[in-house]
Unconditional design. Structure first.
Length: 587
């Protein structure tokens, strides 16, 4: 019995869009899972191209259009369902709402202003991820193993050319070096040609002695099972092409780069210097030329708490998805806080107990600046410098085997039905997951209207303040002041540190889900207290949030109950206690 295809597992994807040609293609990297004759499951990497993908959206049936605010979700039986090509969804929604097509371009956010539109917030990428994940779970098949690699280049300190590069694929190491740098020096300091055999021998010698201690083992590099392949390149672009030919040959699922902006950015610069389209290099050869995408998008968000929490992304139609290993390392450890340094040398020492190769027997690295050390090694010991380049890729590969960061990224992203380009957006992951939960329960999530860009933050704050707020309970600010007076070290001042405000708007929908706050779960809304002014009503709403601390003011101001003084007088009358007797008792 031949191998039988039993499932398709989603790995990653990249969209291609060309409005002029009215063409949209989603290139999906998938694992085709086969059941062999002996019962084993095997996986084959595959690229699938989904052209002009269809999708669904919903509009409230006319008889139920009796509200004027956007809902979080709506019952499916109250909605009319429409199926359209994703690229035409905005104009199709417009037609359903108005009865005719728009004359020109219409923004999806504009049609989403209607409270009767549902399901349009989901990107087609997320819908495809959701389709794959839900279908694969139905098969009860095991998760396929992901292939992982790391890419590292070294550039000339003289002219910025890429002079050597290494890429790994699991335990395979591929290294390319420019012919200009395949040399050694004799005793007089004269350059003489070297061979790949000499480079390979040096690499084998170093890595047969170089032990790496992980949480599970203490082995040399060679004992970890790494194999090596080399290439001598005549030009910079020849070097790049050979390295990427190995990437395409192995069809590696994920390739990390420690600071992708440098390694991938400089590789693209090399392509431009050679008048070669980067897509010709980065995209898999089986991708048709007219739908190739190769675009490095750098995260320019200035509000991230630390630069390592940015999320740069390479949008590329390829078997191999590049990612920034430094940024992923930081994001996978949000609970642990920030590292003292995100230099690779520091991170390696912390994780595998050994830093980058420095060859102290050749030159003391502490006597030179980092730039001077690189310059010295390139000019005098290029073979050792090439081994240094190899270890940069190998060391991160071993760290990945231990930490499984890329695997964690893939699982978390796909389990929340989110393309990995949006891996850094927790609110988006929550919204995507929420969409499919609602579908399973017969509901469809509402659509988000365009935010009015003409409203300033001050106006928004003023609008929110009118609706009332809450004061932090006193128990939360007790014993938190700093003891900072030299003369009175035990005295607690009212000066506090680590004070933060919470942006509730930015926490949507996380906060709403956790606290179960929604129009759909709201049983009633207090608009006005009979007999009280709007300001008094607002005061009541602010106090009722913290009833333990505000019980007496609520009782006296709104329930006409006696306060402390009235109760004290009634108590004295009840027990016939005079003021003098009270003073005596107290004394």
């Amino acid at each position: 019995m031949p191998s039988q295809l039993v499932g398709k597992r989603y790995i990653h994807s990249c969209p291609y869009r060309d409005p002029k040609r009215q063409l949209e293609v989603i290139a999906v990297k998938e694992h085709l899972v086969y059941k062999e004759e002996d019962g084993r499951y095997t996986a084959k990497p595959n690229l699938r191209f989904i052209k002009n993908p269809p999708r669904r959206f919903w509009v409230t049936k006319p008889q139920y259009q009796i509200y004027n605010e956007n809902k979080e979700w709506e019952k499916m039986e109250w909605l009319d369902e429409y199926v359209v090509e994703n690229q035409h969804m905005a104009s199709e929604v417009y037609k359903v709402l108005n009865g005719y097509y728009p004359k020109g371009y219409v923004n999806l956010r504009d049609v989403n202003k209607s409270p009767y539109v549902y399901g349009t917030d989901m990107s087609i990428d997320a819908l495809i991820v959701g389709k794959y994940i839900r279908d694969y779970k139905k098969t009860n098949l095991p998760m396929t193993a992901l292939s992982n690699g790391f890419y590292d280049i070294e550039t000339s300190m003289v002219d910025d050319r890429i002079i050597m590069a290494t890429v790994t694929h699991n335990n395979q190491v591929y290294t390319a070096i420019l012919k200009d740098y395949l040399f050694k020096k004799d005793k007089s300091g004269k350059k003489i040609p070297a061979t790949l055999e000499e480079l390979s021998a040096l690499s084998q010698k170093v890595f047969s002695e170089f032990k790496i201690k992980t949480k599970k083992s203490n082995k040399t590099v060679l004992e970890h099972g790494f194999t090596f392949e080399y290439h001598v390149a005549s030009t910079e672009i020849d070097l790049v092409k050979w390295i990427f030919s190995k990437i395409h040959e192995n069809k590696t699922d994920f390739i990390g780069a420690w600071n992708m902006k440098f390694d991938v950015g400089r590789t693209m610069d090399a392509c431009k210097r050679a008048n070669v389209d980067p897509g010709e290099i980065f995209c898999s050869p089986e991708v048709p030329e007219d739908i190739r995408v190769c675009r490095l998008v750098l995260d320019t968000n200035k509000k991230v708490p630390h630069w390592s929490r940015k999320w740069d992304w390479l949008h590329c139609t390829s078997h191999s998805q590049f990612y920034d290993a430094l940024q992923l390392y930081s994001r996978q450890r949000i609970v642990d806080g920030f590292e003292t340094s995100y230099g690779l040398d520091y991170i390696l020492k912390k994780n595998i107990n050994i830093g980058k190769l420095k060859f102290p027997d050749l030159i003391d690295p502490d006597t030179l600046s980092p730039a001077d050390w690189h310059r010295y090694m390139q000019e005098n010991h290029p073979l050792e410098y090439c081994v240094y380049n190899q270890f940069d890729g190998i060391s991160i590969q071993i760290m990945e085997i231990q930490n499984q960061d890329a695997t964690g990224m893939s699982i978390l992203g796909t389990n929340t039905f989110t393309p990995l380009s949006n891996y850094n957006k927790q609110t988006r992951r929550n919204a995507n997951e929420f969409y499919f939960i609602c579908l399973d329960r017969g509901y469809v999530t509402g659509s988000t209207p365009q935010i009015d860009e003409n409203v300033s933050e001050d106006d928004l704050f003023r609008q929110l303040s009118i609706q009332g707020g809450a004061v932090l309970p006193t128990m939360m600010v007790h014993n938190v002041g700093m003891r900072c007076l030299t003369e009175r070290p035990d005295f607690e001042t009212k000066a506090c540190r680590n004070v933060n405000d919470v942006d509730y708007k930015a926490l949507y929908p996380t906060l709403c889900i956790i606290l179960n706050t929604s129009r759909e779960t709201n049983l009633s809304t207090l608009v006005r207290l009979s007999g009280y002014t709007p300001k008094e009503t607002q005061n009541f709403l602010s106090m009722v949030i913290s009833t333990r601390e505000n019980s007496v003011p609520i009782a006296t101001q709104f329930l006409n109950l006696p306060g402390y003084e009235e109760l004290d007088i009634d108590f004295m009358k009840e027990f016939n206690i005079t003021e003098k007797e009270e003073d005596l008792e107290i004394a």
